[in-house]
Design a protein around this ligand. Structure first.
Ligand code: IMP
Ligand code: MG
Length: 182
């Protein structure tokens, strides 16, 4: 067993500085697009938490924050294809523009499903935002309205993203060593 979390990482894909730049880029796009509007950021627990906090701090607009828990992943590193909502938002959305915020758009299943789900609550609009985009992993036709970095297909951890609930607190995004999976 390794003493330090960083000993489990084979390479850092995105540094704290890379992440900061990506977050600011998205925040400024949102600020431009939603001038004079009420925005509700809906963060997906738990992976989107660090991203949502940093994103919100860089958006100079009236906005509110809520959270949902939805899982399309079961233990391993592949999606099961179905989405299970175990915690819903409690905000009244009829006067709000929703932006769903997630750590990574992978198969696209989660964000596609939640967009349709939240539209049924009659918000003014629903858009999606992911820090990382893995466009080559799609199993459904999905394009994020806002994304920070186009990432390779590798399974990554850190900055909210986990492997079996670990590594979420790493300030950077990295790839795990093969030995961690085996
Ligand atoms: P999708 O529905 O396949 O797009 O999956 C999105 C969810 O899968 C994200 O919210 C993450 O929780 C999880 N996920 C996808 N890729 C990774 C990864 O590389 N590391 C950690 N979690 C991931
Ligand atoms: Mg997630």
């Amino acid at each position: 067993m390794n003493r330090y979390l960083k000993d489990d990482i084979s390479r850092v894909l995105y540094s704290e500085e890379d992440i900061k730049q990506a977050v600011i880029k998205i925040a400024k796009q949102i600020e431009n697009d939603y001038q004079g509007k009420n925005v509700l950021l809906v963060g997906l627990l738990k992976g989107a938490v660090p991203f949502l906090c940093d994103l919100a701090r860089n958006i100079d607009l009236n906005l509110s924050i809520d959270f949902m828990t939805a899982s399309s992943y079961y233990n391993g590193t592949e999606t099961s294809g179905t989405v299970n909502i175990t915690k819903d938002i409690s905000t009244n959305v009829e006067d709000k523009h929703i932006i769903i915020v997630d750590d990574v758009a992978d198969s696209g299943v989660t964000l596609t499903y939640l967009t349709e789900y939240l539209k049924k609550k009659n918000p003014l609009s629903v858009k999606t935002c992911a820090l990382l985009d893995k466009p080559h992993r799609r199993t459904v036709d999905f394009t994020a309205d806002y994304f920070g970095i186009v990432a390779p297909n590798d399974f990554v951890v850190g900055y909210g993203m986990d492997y079996q609930e670990k590594y979420r607190q790493l300030p950077y995004i990295g790839v795990l060593k093969e030995s961690v999976y085996s």
